[in-house]
Design a binder for this molecule. Structure first.
Ligand code: FES
Length: 119
């Protein structure tokens, strides 16, 4: 069965300073948006799988973010927590068209919200 996705405008590029996180809310979903040094934009679930640190407030290095609470290192590409810690956060597809940034969210996620631990 094909999964239908909603394309939702979440920001303009000028809202996203390089290597700084921004929290965006889509329905029940709270996402962290990051614009990386290479110009790409990434979107992940905004809560750390450890103790729910707010990842948009984390420090970005390369294509990883360090949780501001206890420094877990999380990939912005695939959402995986890096060793020696374990876990993952959900990642979201991002599209940039000109100045506009969109996130693609499954209809079910848009209704129910995302849940830590279901990556
Ligand atoms: S809450 Fe993120 S590392 Fe502890």
């Amino acid at each position: 069965m094909a999964i239908t996705k909603q394309r939702i405008k979440v920001a303009e590029l000028s809202d996203l300073p390089v290597k700084m996180g921004k929290t965006v809310v889509i329905g029940e979903n709270e996402l962290a948006l990051f614009r990386l040094s290479d110009g790409s934009v990434k979107a992940i679930e905004n809560r750390c799988p450890h103790k729910a640190g707010v990842l948009a407030e984390g420090m970005v290095s390369g294509d990883h973010v360090f949780c501001p609470m206890h420094d877990w290192k999380i990939s912005l590409k695939d959402g995986l927590v890096q060793e020696p810690d374990v876990g993952c956060v959900k990642t979201f597809e991002v599209e940039v068209e000109g100045e506009l940034v969109y996130v693609l969210v499954g209809e079910e996620e848009a209704e129910r919200g995302v849940t830590n631990g279901v990556c």
